[in-house]
Design a protein around this ligand. Structure first.
Ligand SMILES: [Mg+2]
Length: 233
C-alpha cells in the first residue's frame, strides 16, 4: 500500500505536455489522416518518411542524452533523406508544430482545466516541461502556466534532468517542493527521479515503482484543495 501523496511541501506542479495533457494517440490518428491525404493528393511520400525518421531519431537522441540534440537531429534527418536542413525544418514546423495546433483542443484530456484551476487556487505554481516547443500548444489547449521550459531551450531531452532543473530555478522551488506530472516513466519519471523531485504518472495501468493515476479527478489530487502550500517548506 502506497502512502497518500503529501501535497504540503509542494510549491511547483510541473506538467509534461504530449500524452499528459492530451491524448497523443488521438492526435496522431487525426494528423495521420491528414498526412495520408496530403501524400496522395500531392504525390508526396517524402514528407511522411522525413517525419518518421525525425521522430525515431529524436527518441534515439533522448536515450543517448545528446547535447544540443536539435542540431544533430536535423542534420541526421537531412543526411538520410538527402534534403537541405532548411527543408527538414520546414516539414517539421508544418507537420509537428503548426498543423497539430488546430486539432489539440479536441484531444485534451477531461479534467485538465479543472486541475490547473485547483493547483492555482491552492497557491502553487504551474510549470510546463516539454520535449517540444510548448507555448503555442498550451494556448491551443486553452491552458495557462506560470513557467514554460522546452527541451530545445536547454539543449537536452528528458530523461536528462536539465529541463526540470531550469523549471525549478524559474519557479524558485527546490526538488522536494516539486512534482512532475507526466506519462512516460523512462522519460518524465527518470527526469524527476534524477532531479530529486516527486513524480506522478498518468497511466491506465499501474507501473511498478511509480505512483500512477488514470484520470485528472483521481483521489491523489483530492488533498490539493485541502492543503495550501506549507509556509517555509
Ligand atoms: Mg509525454
Amino acid at each position: 500500500m502506497i502512502e497518500p501523496f503529501d501535497w504540503r511541501p509542494i510549491k511547483l506542479v510541473a506538467f509534461d505536455v504530449d500524452g499528459t495533457l492530451y491524448a497523443q494517440r488521438s492526435l496522431r490518428l487525426r494528423m495521420g489522416a491528414r498526412l495520408l491525404l496530403h501524400s496522395l493528393t500531392r504525390f508526396d511520400r517524402r514528407t511522411l518518411a522525413v517525419l518518421k525518421s525525425y521522430r525515431q531519431h529524436r527518441e534515439t537522441l533522448g536515450k543517448a542524452e545528446t547535447e544540443a540534440f536539435e542540431i544533430a537531429l536535423v542534420a541526421e534527418v537531412a543526411r538520410r533523406h538527402r534534403l537541405s536542413e532548411n527543408s527538414v525544418k520546414r516539414i517539421v514546423a508544418e507537420w509537428i508544430e503548426e498543423r497539430p495546433l488546430g486539432q489539440l483542443a479536441a484531444c485534451r484530456y477531461a479534467g485538465v482545466e479543472r486541475l490547473f484551476e485547483r493547483v492555482r487556487t491552492s497557491g502553487r505554481a504551474i510549470g510546463i516541461l516539454s520535449d517540444y516547443p510548448a507555448a503555442a500548444k498550451l494556448e491551443a489547449l486553452a491552458l495557462r502556466a506560470d513557467h514554460i521550459v522546452s527541451a530545445g531551450e536547454v539543449g537536452m531531452l528528458k530523461p536528462h534532468p536539465r529541463g526540470l532543473e531550469r523549471l525549478m530555478a524559474l519557479a524558485g522551488a527546490k526538488p522536494h517542493q516539486t512534482v512532475l506530472i507526466g506519462d512516460r516513466a523512462e522519460r518524465d519519471g527518470e527526469a524527476a527521479r534524477r532531479s530529486g523531485a516527486h513524480c506522478l504518472l498518468r497511466s491506465e495501468q499501474r507501473l511498478s515503482g511509480w505512483r500512477t493515476f488514470a484520470r485528472f479527478d483521481d483521489p491523489v489530487f483530492d488533498a490539493l484543495d485541502a492543503t495550501p502550500v506549507m509556509a517555509g517548506a
